[in-house]
Design a protein. Structure first.
Length: 240
């Protein structure tokens, strides 16, 4: 029965992909026909804009793929650490993020607290879970209890994996933050940026802004030229 349901779901998914592909092809064909009705100046302008949008899309996709690969590599590196090394790496992360008075805990009377620290005048307790499976809601409840016993202001539970829906519900409305593997990777990247050479970071940002600025000016110039030569594409006008 389950195999039949799986086959049906897979068939529905395949049909959805085919329908989406056909819809995309129909849209592209319609755009091609519409483009043929425009004056030559507007055909050139639309071509330049389409080329620019395509390059921007490819640039964005490549950036997303690179971030995804970095996160996978980072997770593999974190999973290769021992529990103690993972706690030390997490402490270093918070130090890079500007936290103060960080201390490794883990004694018998610490009730599972691995790191103690301060940020923006508030005391935090932190638990580190180097897991491959989702953290259970019971662990979130235990941290809430530890938060009150330790008389801290806030608590953070960090894992290399994730949390169940019930786990997030346990922390809802409470001074408890849940960091999954994706959040941990983002914070490590943020810390690396904070610790990076500010001159190099600013140079990269200026280069990105310059590329986007040149692309915008180029497209605006082409549209302005098409308007000057052929008028509005929505109104009947002679081509060039």
């Amino acid at each position: 029965m389950s195999r039949r349901r799986y086959s049906r779901r897979r068939r529905d998914a395949d049909e959805g992909k085919v329908g989406l592909a056909l819809l995309l092809m129909a849209g592209l064909y319609g755009a091609y026909l519409w483009l043929g009705t425009l004056p030559l100046a507007w055909q050139i302008a639309v071509g330049v804009i389409g080329f620019s949008v395509t390059l921007l899309f490819i640039w964005s996709v490549v950036a997303v793929i690179r971030r995804y690969r970095r996160k996978r590599l980072l997770r593999a590196e974190l999973m290769s650490l021992s529990s103690t090394q993972f706690e030390e790496r997490t402490k270093l992360l918070f130090a890079d993020l500007g936290w103060r008075n960080l201390q490794l805990r883990g004694g018998s009377g610490d009730r599972g607290v691995d790191i103690d620290g301060e940020f923006e005048g508030k005391r935090y307790i932190i638990q580190c879970k180097r897991y491959t499976k989702n953290v259970t809601p019971a662990m979130v409840r235990d941290l809430v209890g530890t938060l009150h016993i330790q008389k801290a202001d806030r608590a953070i539970l960090i894992t290399t994996s994730g949390y169940t829906k019930q786990g997030y519900q346990e922390a809802q409305g409470l001074p408890v933050e849940l960091w999954d593997g994706a959040m941990l990777a983002e914070q490590i990247a943020r810390a690396a940026e904070l610790q990076a050479d500010p001159v190099r970071v600013q140079a990269l940002r200026r280069r990105r802004m310059a590329i986007l600025g040149v692309a915008f000016l180029l497209n605006a110039g082409v549209v302005g030229w098409a308007l000057f030569v052929a008028g509005s594409p929505l109104l009947p006008a002679g081509g060039i």
